[in-house]
Each structure stands twice: as structure tokens, then as C-alpha cells.
Design a protein. Structure first.
Length: 222
């Protein structure tokens, strides 16, 4: 008999000399209020049997960190991945690919709802933005977050999650079909329209959404 999934805990972020996993916020979902499609993905990808640690915690600086805890009615599964992006590029381990596909769904679920800010986040120049005192949240910072939400976490992730092929190194070959390009652009435009509508209808909620997701792009080119 299939055991019931009762709770999902997900912690992710970047680790530095001054930040440990315990410093990262934890998102928790309890049955029956799981994000749409996540429980089905967990079962489809067989995460119940993939507990363990993956990746190399010394492969990057700062260290990208993901920890997923799945609480079933009969057991608890803990899955940790260090430097997920690097690991995906450097290995064809099917287990990592399966975990990654589920984590992408949780990443999207986290971005759908602004989260509560900590006192440390409120110490920044703008109380809605997790920046050091005196720092500025530039237009490029905002653009990076919008790119993350509207494009990076869209259907392109499904294309990126596949296995590496030497054909990708040949610039003379197409990498994306017309149908895939259409799907990417429609998804990005739809999400961007949603974000712009939120900006105009609820500026505070929009600012919070930018703040919550800024930590995921703070190491992008600015």
C-alpha cells in the first residue's frame, strides 16, 4: 500500500563563511495544501527512495544549497544537494535529474507567494528588501529577478534539465525548435504580464516578491 505524504520541508539558498544551512528559511507545506503537481512529481520521480547527499560542497563559493525533507506516514526522507547547478552540468546522474525536476516545482511554488521578512532583512535601506544598510536595489537587480521569475524558472528549465550532448557545441545547429521557442516566449510574456499587473495593483506585494527572490540572483551579473 502506498504510504501517505504528510509534509514537505524545503530549505534553499547560498552558503558562505557566515551563513550555515540553519540560517536559511524553511518553507513548509502540509497535506492537503501541497503546491499543485508537487506530490504527483515526488511520486513519479521516486524521491521516496532517493534520500542522501548529492553534489560537491566545495565546488563553488558561495555554495548553492538545497535540502528537501519528505515526511511520509511511515518514514522521513532527507535529500541534500550541494551546488545543484554545477552538479547538473558535470554529471548525468539520473537521480540528480529526478530530484532537480521536483525542486524546480518547489522553487516556482515559493515564488508565487511573498514570504515574511526577518528583522535582519528589515535592517536594509528599504525595509521590504533584504539588502545591507545603505545598499541600493538597482533597476538591474529588479530586472534580474523578473528574468528569474518570467524566464529562468519557466519551460526553459525542462530543456536545460536534459542530458548534455556534444552537438550543443556546434553553433551551426539549432538548439531549440520553433515550437519550443514559441512555448518559451508565451510563458515568459504571460508571467511578465502577471508581474507588471501586480506592480501596478499592489506595489508593496510586488516589492516583497522582488525581495524574497533577490537572494537567488544576487550573484548574477549586475
Amino acid at each position: 500500500m502506498e504510504q501517505e505524504l504528510t509534509q514537505i520541508d524545503y530549505r534553499s539558498g547560498m552558503l558562505t563563511d557566515k551563513k550555515t544551512p540553519d540560517d536559511l528559511p524553511v518553507a513548509t507545506w502540509r497535506c492537503p495544501e501541497f503546491p499543485p503537481g508537487v506530490e504527483a512529481a515526488i511520486r513519479k520521480e521516486g524521491l521516496r527512495g532517493l534520500d542522501g547527499t548529492y553534489g560537491n560542497e566545495h565546488a563553488g563559493d558561495p555554495v548553492e544549497y538545497d535540502h528537501l525533507r519528505l515526511v511520509f506516514s511511515d518514514k522521513t526522507v532527507d535529500i541534500t544537494i550541494f551546488n545543484r547547478g554545477i552538479t547538473l552540468l558535470s554529471t548525468d546522474d539520473a537521480k540528480v535529474q529526478r530530484i532537480h525536476r521536483v525542486l524546480c516545482k518547489l522553487n516556482k511554488a515559493q515564488m508565487a507567494v511573498p514570504r515574511v521578512f526577518t528583522p535582519a532583512q528589515r535592517a536594509g535601506a528599504d525595509p521590504r528588501l533584504p539588502l545591507p544598510a545603505g545598499a541600493k536595489f538597482s533597476y538591474r537587480d529588479q530586472a534580474n529577478v523578473l528574468t528569474l521569475l518570467a524566464f529562468r524558472n519557466g519551460p526553459i528549465e525542462d530543456l536545460h534539465a536534459g542530458k548534455y550532448s556534444p552537438l550543443l557545441e556546434d553553433p551551426g545547429l539549432s538548439r531549440i525548435t520553433d515550437e519550443e521557442m514559441k512555448k518559451l516566449m508565451i510563458a515568459a510574456s504571460t508571467k511578465l504580464a502577471e508581474l507588471l499587473e501586480l506592480r501596478d495593483s499592489d506595489p508593496d506585494a510586488f516589492a516583497q516578491l522582488l525581495a524574497v527572490n533577490w537572494r537567488q540572483v544576487r550573484n548574477w551579473e549586475r
